[in-house]
Design a protein around this ligand. Structure first.
Ligand code: GLN
Length: 213
């Protein structure tokens, strides 16, 4: 098996998947980018990005397309990056979930809180230092009705990004990016600027995983 190139899937049921696809196409190690809507497509990728959007809608569509169980299985063992709504989907538990609860992929051992910063008009952009992910140069992070990591449930979860300033009621230092084994989650939208460093980070992480497994 070749280890220098990667087939990356982007879950394309709902949300900002096109922007991720464009970003990935700029990275030389990415051999192919596949918008994933079926189990067959899911089985053909080395790793997966779950985009931002609306987690309740994404869960309903996944259920209707019979993709909930295949996705739950995939994220148990393959590198997956959840961004914003994707981070909610990856989590084992979400607060602020819709009445009656919502389906999640139940992998990342954290509790996330949905819509932490309020409505769309409370969206903001902020500079973050993410040295373990992208080096010393700050990263412009766009938060749109974003969640945060409210609680970490396992020592395997490593916080790799925190808010640097207070935003509304949300304290500085609140965790907004984590790693756990083959899982990566960010509360913001990394695909909405031209900075592809986080996509490169995820591609490298997935290549390493492919080499070792
Ligand atoms: N608030 C959305 C949700 O709960 C997430 C917003 C986003 O992905 N930009 O799913």
């Amino acid at each position: 098996m070749t280890t220098e190139s990667l087939t990356v899937g982007v879950l394309a049921l709902q949300g900002a998947f096109i922007e991720h696809i464009h970003m990935l196409k700029r990275i030389p190690e990415v051999k192919e980018v596949i918008p994933v809507r079926t189990e067959e497509q899911l089985n053909s990728v080395d790793c997966l990005i779950i985009p931002g959007g609306e987690s309740t809608a994404m869960a309903l569509i996944a259920e209707r397309c019979n993709m909930l169980e295949p996705l739950r299985k995939f994220v148990q063992k393959k590198p997956t990056w959840g961004t914003c709504a994707g981070m909610i989907m990856l989590a084992k538990e979400a607060t602020g979930a819709k009445k009656g609860g919502q389906q999640l992929f139940n992998a990342l051992d954290v509790v996330v809180n949905r819509n932490q910063f309020g409505s769309q008009k409370e969206s903001f952009q902020t500079m973050l230092h993410l040295p373990e992910l992208v080096g010393e140069e700050p990263f412009a992070a766009v938060f749109i009705r974003a969640p945060v990591i409210k609680e970490i449930k396992s020592p395997k979860v490593k916080i790799v990004g925190r808010l640097e300033q207070k935003h509304g009621q949300t304290e500085a230092e609140t965790a907004i990016a984590v790693l756990e084994d083959h899982l990566f989650a960010t509360a913001f939208h990394p695909e909405l600027t031209s900075d592809d460093r986080l996509h490169r980070f995820f591609v490298n992480m997935s290549l390493k995983y492919k080499q070792q497994n």
